[in-house]
Write a protein that binds this ligand. Structure first.
Ligand code: 4AZ
Length: 273
């Protein structure tokens, strides 16, 4: 899926985005969509960490949000601590941002009660391609470590048959606005063959993994959840929220950066930070 196609849905949802207060980054993406010449093909927008429930305190202790440094109440993406001073997020969440533009919010499920942390450095994946969304991951180094914070372990192989996965975030819900409280929802693993069937060549099996209820839809990540976690039942980070055709549509699963496949690249970038 081209970046323009990816953001077409964003154009459809600009009103919802404004309502959600997802902030400058989301609006900038909407502008990109507005310039697209291709017709809108996104289908109905049906928002939710769709189908989700509120997370318990401590359920995702390493989850963070990316927010606008000039207005930290605008959280526009998710992420996760992989070290006490390093956040793994989506590359498309950091594109065009200087470290001074971004702050990290961490420390609870109610976004308004989280702490704000300054960013020292942003490293985007070498192979990131904003046109295809291949290798959609980036590392955000904090100015100071968060003492005592939990970190999430990274999947170190592409196990494939993950069973039921869980995705979490403060992004758009079924009511069309972002959520003050962290939400989570279970999403079945979707095989590479099924995902290629859903998205054709837009699915890059070398860097992506898919999850969702193919038959029924209704459960998914959505706008504002990007960069956040897809975890296995045993608490390993399997994916990073990346893109999809709409949210929670039957036949159109959520697409994630495939952490197991990208593990070598991510750990090499961590070692070089
Ligand atoms: C987004 O725009 C986005 N349904 C995130 C996740 C999905 C679609 C779009 C997956 O940030």
């Amino acid at each position: 899926m081209s970046r323009v196609q990816h953001y077409r849905k964003t154009l459809v949802t600009i009103g919802a985005v404004i309502a959600a207060g997802l902030g400058a980054a989301a609006l900038a993406l909407s502008t990109a969509g507005a310039n697209a010449e291709e017709p809108s093909g996104g289908g109905d927008f049906d928002a939710q960490i769709i189908g989700g429930d509120p997370a318990a305190e401590g359920q995702f202790p390493w989850i963070v949000a990316l927010a606008d440094a000039s207005d930290p109440s605008f959280n526009y993406c998710g992420g996760q601590l992989v070290e006490q001073d390093v956040v793994l997020t989506a590359a498309h969440c950091t594109e065009g941002s200087d470290p001074a533009d971004v702050v990290i919010r961490h420390g609870g499920t109610d976004i308004t009660r989280t702490e704000v942390y300054e960013v020292a450095e942003i490293v985007v994946a070498d192979g990131y391609d904003g046109a295809t969304m291949a290798n959609d991951w980036a590392l955000v180094k904090l100015a100071e470590p968060i003492a005592g914070a939990a970190t999430v372990p990274l999947a170190d192989a592409d196990t494939k048959d993950w069973g039921t996965l869980t995705v979490a975030g403060w992004g758009t819900t079924e009511t069309g606005s972002g959520s003050q409280d962290l939400l989570h929802v279970d999403v079945p693993y979707v095989t590479d063959d099924e995902c290629a069937g859903a998205y054709g060549g837009e699915f890059d099996a070398a860097s992506m993994i898919c999850a969702g209820d193919l038959e029924h839809g209704g459960v998914d990540s959505c706008q504002g959840d990007s960069g956040g976690p897809l975890v296995s039942a045993d608490g390993v980070l399997v994916g990073v929220v990346s893109w999809g055709h709409g949210c929670a549509e039957a036949g159109k699963p959520g697409v994630y950066a495939n952490v197991g496949l990208l593990h070598g690249d991510i750990t090499a970038a961590l070692a070089a930070l």
